[in-house]
Structures are given as C-alpha cells and as structure tokens.
Design a protein around this ligand. Structure first.
Ligand code: HEM
Length: 318
C-alpha cells in the first residue's frame, strides 16, 4: 500500500507536476488536469506539445517511431548480422580445411616487381587498422551486452564500452578520410571489363590449377573495391549523421541513419573476413606485396598475368 508522508512527499509530487509536466503539455490534449488518461493517450501517440525548450522535437515526449526502430534493429539487423559474420567465418574455415592455401605453381624467381607504392601501403594499412578498431568497438556496442557484460563484470564492462564508444566516435571521421583517399587513388584500377567476366565464369580459379587471366586487379578484388565504395560511403555518411548531431537532425533521421549504419557495417565486416583470408593464409605471396610493395615475378604471372605482361612490355621498351 502506498503510504504518503505529509508534507514532504506531497510537496515533491507538486514540484514534479509544476516543473516537468507544465513544460510539456501536448497541444491537442485539451486536458484540464495533469497526467490523466486523455493526457497520456495523446503523449503515447507522439503528438507534439508546448514547451519552453525550443530544440527540435522538444515538445514531443514519446517518439513513437522509436518502437519501429527498435524492432528493425533488434529483430532483424542484430540476428542477421550475427548469422552473416558467423556464417562467413564458418565457410572460410571449412574452405581452408578442404582446399587449403593457394600455392605458387612454380618456384619463385627472385625477381621482384613493384606492385604498391609507399603511399598506397600507408593508406591501405591506416584504413585497415581503423576499420578493425571500428569493427571491434562497433560489434561490442551491438553484441557486447549479450556476453561481454557477464564475462567482464559490470565495472570493467562499463569502462570498456565507454572506451569503445569514444574510439568509435573519434576514429570514424579519420576512417572516412582514409577511405575516400583510397577510393580516389585506386578507382582507375577497378572498372570492370570482359576479362573480369571470364574470371567470374571460371570461378576466379579458386579451386584447382586453372588461373583465369587478370589485369592489375582481378574480378574478386574489384567486387571488394566497389562494395567498399558503395556500402562504405553509406556507412560513412550515416556515421557522420550520428556523430555530429548539431545539424538539426530529428530522432527519425538518427534512427534511419543508425539502421543503415549497422546493416552496412555488418555487410562490410563479413566481407572483410573474405578479403583478409585471401590476403593472408588463403594465397601464398599476396601479403608480401602489401607489406613490402614488391611481389615475385612468379606470383605476378600466376595471379595477374595481363598486368605482368604490361609491366614486362614497358620495361623491355625502356
Ligand atoms: C588485416 C587485414 C588486411 C589484410 C591482411 C589485407 C591484405 C591485403 C593485400 C595483401 C592486398 C593486396 C592484394 C593484391 O596485391 O592484389 C590488399 C588490397 C586491398 N585491401 Fe586489404 N587487407 C586487410 C584489410 C583491409 C581492410 C580493412 C580494407 C578496407 C576497409 C582493405 C581494403 C583493400 C583494398 C580496397 C585493396 C585493393 C584491392 C582492391 O581494389 O580490391 N583491406 N589487402
């Protein structure tokens, strides 16, 4: 039973009524008293009311679209992202166990060809490191509460997730700059052509000894590039909408930005596992190029024969 101690609790209730409720009375409510059933019905519909606060949507106590956002985020994006990420990891593990690393067919010649300039490598690794930090912090924000909170305990969890949020908010804009630079610098290598069509028809030669022809980039790499360009720009733009809330965005804009940001990032994270696999344990010699800038002639001939011939043609003309 509710026992009211006069006068302190009565005074507290009155103070609340006159401070909070008086500031936000829905315009349509036409309610004489405070907090009656009619009043709450109007509030729950998301109607706007009068308030001294002039901020966007300040008079709207409940944002009804928020329920829709929660539904899409919790019922669709969160589980779909977990399946996409877990599924990709599982497929790559099975593929590796069944097929193993794509080895060089012939011994290395020891002759090296320049593939990536210093600026390309600096750009790639900056973007890659930022992407990994953003992925780990972003995944922690979305999924951490399901397992990390229990594993770390409340106090450590609170500090960890605050660190994730800060890292995510501050490093995001740097990633945007790095990604845009990468897109502008590498777009010239990534337009699709007939060679790529043949490359796809032959399954990229991922299984067996066949090596479909490829120029500087093969069809698979071009898909990764365009995925990063299109989905990456959506993720970056929505991230900036969420990061900089000072342009008058209303809650609905933020909710849409949040859904696009989460869905796009999860697609990129799942795809990045494929890229990282191929760039490391999946293909002998691929990482050398991005580490040192140079690849062996044998690697160049096997994976990018048309580019190899172009480079050789140029150097024999010199
Ligand atoms: C540890 C993580 C990563 C590793 C080991 C890795 C490795 C590599 C390697 C070896 C190449 C050169 C392939 C070649 O010479 O043909 C490459 C190219 C590339 N990487 Fe990564 N990478 C990583 C992460 C990332 C991330 C996170 C991104 C983007 C967010 C990225 C974007 C690219 C792009 C766009 C290319 C050029 C190929 C293309 O245009 O598709 N990489 N990477």
């Amino acid at each position: 039973m509710l026992r009211i101690k006069w006068p302190s609790q009565i005074l507290l209730v009155l103070a609340l009524i006159f401070s909070g409720f008086a500031n936000a009375t829905p315009s349509d409510a036409k309610v004489a008293g405070f907090a009656g059933a009619d009043y709450w019905q109007v509030v729950k519909k998301g109607d706007t009311g009068r308030t001294q606060d002039q901020g966007a949507e300040a008079g709207q106590l409940i944002n009804v679209k928020g329920e829709e956002w929660r539904y899409w985020r919790n019922q669709w994006i969160t589980p779909a992202g977990a399946y996409a990420i877990g599924g990709t990891l599982a497929l790559l593990a099975i593929f590796y166990l069944l097929v193993g690393q794509k080895k060089l067919d012939h011994p290395r010649t020891g002759n090296l060809i320049e593939r990536w300039k210093r600026l390309d490598r600096a750009n790639h690794w900056t973007v890659a490191v930022l992407f990994i930090i953003l992925a780990v912090s972003g995944l922690s924000i979305l999924y951490g509460k399901f397992f990390l909170r229990t594993a770390l305990g409340d106090s450590l969890w609170a500090n960890y997730i605050m660190l994730c949020k800060l890292a995510h908010n501050y490093l995001g804009p740097l990633f945007v700059i790095g990604l845009l630079f990468m897109i502008v610098r590498w777009i010239k290598h990534n337009f699709f052509n007939r060679t790529d069509l043949m490359w796809f028809l032959k399954g990229g030669g991922i299984i067996g000894k066949a090596h479909p022809s490829a120029g500087y980039m093969n069809g698979g790499e071009k898909v990764w590039f365009w995925l990063l360009t299109i989905v990456g720009i959506i993720v970056c733009a929505s991230g900036l909408v969420l990061d900089f809330q000072n342009f008058g965005q209303v809650r609905e804009t933020m909710q849409i930005a949040n859904l696009l940001h989460a869905a796009g990032s999860l697609i990129l994270i799942a795809a990045s596992f494929g890229h990282i696999y191929i760039g490391t344990i999946g293909t002998e010699g691929a990482l050398e190029g991005m580490k040192t800038g140079y690849v062996d002639e044998t690697w160049a001939k096997q994976h990018h024969d048309l580019w190899y011939e172009e480079v050789k043609g140029k150097s024999s003309n010199d």
